[in-house]
Design a protein around this ligand. Structure first.
Ligand code: SF4
Length: 377
């Protein structure tokens, strides 16, 4: 493969996104043939149950297949049907989601199940517009559920699909610039096999996930190689183009390990906002590692009703959220006095090991609990 050519010399197919009908037919046939023989055997591919397909699509957002599989199986064991999920307590749903991240997905999943039961008698609608009206279902998920579960000819576009399309057709527009999103949707719609939309969509996603990968696309194994603009012009390494991301801001917070009678104080976050409804160690915002200890001491009486004397940090956890990086400085505390009043929180509890295990914590919350072993008695 040649090194990428300079932008001035690069061949481009910007005006070539309207492919000849014969090429479109060939792409469909080859992609479908390849998908039939080469697809991975994944649990959600053994079913046409819209509930299971929807669940898998929500879990797979921003999350690797290998991570999702055990969660998917455990979740279905706990909530086998839409009705079971709708009836569940919110904390049970969070507990089943614990560790999977992006917790707004769990909240929306639960709200969506309740809405499907209330407004659609428990049956997931097949219409794309009705699907998009449900909590947590955007254009991509609506297209995926409609096409895979119901054979509705609806296109899908996600990061994998954009990469394949940008290379296949030669689109130089940055894939992460929303001003160009419609171009990818139009192309996905034009290519879609209307007789087998579910398999075609899954074929595109599968190709992006397993062959047309970001760094080392396996063009020699690709069913679309002969029609691929990037392969013909050695442009695989510089397509798709992306605008540079802005650096995410760094923030700091301080968490207190407060132990009484062998039980640790934990609080439940409010029902809305970041990590809503999940449990954590009592936490205050700080401006740096340096001021974490004094900020805990100063803010704790007003925020949690207790006076405390934080000791040196027992550890710092770095956690990357979508738009920011958090450093959480965890401190054990002594000289604890007063009564808890965590008014800005949904709940608080003095928890022993069994209760800590039963409550739903975010991954960040679990990591901070892991530091407990190192806290002074
Ligand atoms: Fe991607 Fe290569 Fe296939 Fe083109 S030929 S779609 S670059 S894997």
């Amino acid at each position: 493969m040649r090194a990428p050519t300079s932008s001035r010399a690069r061949p481009t197919a910007e005006s070539d996104t309207a492919l000849p009908p014969r090429t479109v037919r060939r792409i469909r046939e080859r992609l479908l043939g390849w998908y039939r023989t080469s697809r991975r055997d994944l649990p959600w591919r053994r079913t046409r149950d819209p509930y299971r397909i929807w669940l898998s699509e929500i879990m797979l957002q921003q999350t690797r297949v290998e991570t999702v599989i055990p969660y998917y199986q455990r979740f279905l064991a706990a909530f086998p049907t839409m009705e079971d999920l709708a009836r569940a307590d919110e904390q049970q749903v969070y507990k089943a989601w614990e560790g999977l991240g992006y917790y707004s997905r769990a909240r929306n999943l639960h709200r969506c199940a309740r809405q499907v039961v209330a407004a659609h008698a428990g049956a997931m609608p097949r219409d794309v517009a009705e699907l998009e009206a449900l909590p947590g279902i955007g254009r991509y998920t609506a297209g995926a559920v409609a096409s895979i579960a119901f054979d509705v000819p609806a296109p899908i576009v996600d990061g994998n699909v954009k990469r394949v399309l940008a290379r296949l057709v030669g689109i130089d527009a940055p894939v992460n610039d929303p001003r160009h999103a419609e171009r990818f949707w139009s192309l996905a719609k034009a290519l879609l096999d209307r007789a087998q939309p579910g398999d075609f969509n899954q074929g595109l996603m599968e190709l992006g996930a397993t062959v047309c990968t970001p760094r080392t696309p396996g063009c020699a194994q690709c069913p679309l190689q002969t029609d691929c603009f990037a392969a013909r012009n050695d442009r695989q390494q510089d397509l798709p183009r992306k605008n540079a991301k802005k650096a995410s801001p760094t923030i700091h917070a301080a968490a207190a390990v407060i132990v009484r009678n062998s039980k640790v104080l934990v609080v439940r976050r409010p029902a809305h906002g970041l990590l809503a409804g999940l449990w954590e160690l009592p936490t205050v915002a700080s401006t740096s590692a340096h001021d974490a200890q004094s900020t805990l001491r100063d803010r704790f009486p007003a925020d949690y009703g207790l006076t405390i004397e934080p000791t040196d940090s027992i550890g710092t956890i770095k956690h990357v959220f979508t738009h920011r990086t958090l450093y959480l400085h965890v401190h054990a505390c002594e000289k604890i006095a007063g009564r808890v009043k965590a008014e800005q929180h949904a709940d608080h509890r003095w928890a022993g090991p069994r209760v800590l295990q039963a409550l739903a914590f975010s991954r960040l919350g679990r990591k901070s609990l892991d530091l407990l072993a190192r806290a002074p008695e």
